[in-house]
Ligand binder design. Structure first.
Ligand SMILES: [Zn+2]
Length: 389
């Protein structure tokens, strides 16, 4: 595998800790703390008054002279199990493919969440590249309040399957119930009896289901100076919505759903939003053999706890799937490689993730990387066989 190397900053000697020089470049950071009066300081922050610096403007820079590793191509080929139809034109699709080639992504699963004409239109757009993009559909909730909902929704699922959908997702239930931007069947959670026929049919059709339950824990916590995710928390807050199922209740709903449909494969995306409590996710995975978790868009949330997280990866290496969910720009892929592959410490990625937390690499061993990057996904995708209805 050919790897492109580059060095953002020359003149420093790499220590090569945890990485080999054939795949990545390590150098010593010359980062410095933010200096009042320096050109780096945004307008309005030139004062040295602690009372005037707002959290939203806080952009710390690591002050440590420690190794900084740039990885522009993943160590092993990747199947990205969590993306969306970000590219809207054929030019953008071509650019995405070029980026995938350069960073080492063989195939991307596009979770359209769509049905009907919307799904068909997306299919048409990506149909030139069946080996590189795979499309999954959504569920049609339009008739959720009618007695024939199950029948109609299953018919549409079968139609999408015929049209090329190889899985279902991303379904969402952040506490209010399942729904889409068009239909909001308030309170219909995945363990609702009305959903049984759909999930059963997914199993029969060999369609895995990617499902998003709950949301990051800091959205549920008090919006005060103890909230660890305060930088983003107000924007996404859920603490002020009393009628939703809470975080823990949503994990219970996930477990009941997965337990009810043992012949259907479920992928809880974003670590089931248990990135803050990986031990509980481990217990859930152990109880349900038909459940996987994707790691999409939870890099910044796990990188503050590198030792605990890498132990979790090692223990559940057969159940975790690489995903991105963050567009298709190359720097986005690079930062995921830096977190998974290197042992870099205390770095910030406020541009990409918008947190005030400092991040650390996990330095995952090759065996774990290979499984998470590709092998688990490949096995899951190959295991899909349509059972007779
Ligand atoms: Zn997503």
């Amino acid at each position: 595998m050919k790897r492109r190397l580059f060095l953002r900053s020359v003149g420093a000697t790499g220590l090569g800790l945890g990485v080999t020089s054939t795949r990545a470049m390590t150098y010593i950071s010359d980062s410095h703390g933010m200096q009042a009066g320096s050109p780096d300081v945004p307008d309005g922050m030139q004062q040295d008054s602690a009372e005037k610096i707002l959290l939203k403007d806080y952009r710390p820079k690591s002050l440590y002279k420690v190794p900084v590793t740039e990885i522009v191509k993943a160590k092993f080929p990747i199947i990205d199990m969590h993306s969306h139809a970000y590219a809207k034109t054929s030019e953008e699709i071509t650019q995405w493919l070029r980026n995938m080639d350069e960073v080492g992504v063989e195939k991307t699963i596009i979770l359209t969440g769509a049905t009907g004409k919307e799904f068909d239109d997306i299919c048409r757009k990506y149909s030139q590249h069946p080996k590189r993009f795979e499309l999954w559909c959504g569920f049609d909730y339009t008739s959720h309040d009618q007695s024939d909902f199950g029948y109609r929704a299953v018919r549409e699922l079968e139609r999408c399957h015929q049209a090329g959908a190889r899985g279902v997702g991303e379904l969402h239930d952040k506490g209010k119930g399942l729904g889409s931007d068009k239909v909001d069947p308030f309170g219909m959670h995945p363990d609702d009896a009305r959903m049984d026929g759909l999930f059963e049919r997914c199993g029969q059709l060999g369609m895995p289901v990617n499902i998003h339950v709950a949301d990051p824990i800091w959205m549920y916590e008090k919006m005060d100076n103890t909230n660890d995710g305060l930088m983003n928390a107000f924007k996404w807050r859920l603490d002020n919505q009393p009628n939703i199922v809470g975080h823990s209740g949503m994990i219970d709903i996930l477990e009941r759903t997965v337990g009810k449909h043992p012949a259907t494969i479920f992928i809880a995306c974003h670590f089931a939003n248990l990135d803050y409590d990986l031990a509980r996710l481990g217990q859930v995975l152990e109880r349900h053999r038909n459940l996987y978790a994707d790691i999409a868009a939870r890099y910044a949330e796990t990188a503050p706890i590198p030792r605990f997280a890498s132990n979790f990866y090692a223990k559940y290496k057969d159940r975790l799937l690489y995903g991105t969910d963050m567009g298709f720009e190359k720097p986005m892929y690079h930062i995921t490689f830096r977190i998974l592959e290197t042992l870099d410490e205390h770095f910030y990625e406020t541009e990409q993730f918008d947190y005030h937390w400092s991040l650390n690499g996990f330095g995952l061993p090759d065996e774990v990387l290979q499984k998470v990057y590709r092998t688990n996904a490949e096995k899951l995708l190959l295991s899909r066989t349509t059972q007779p209805a």
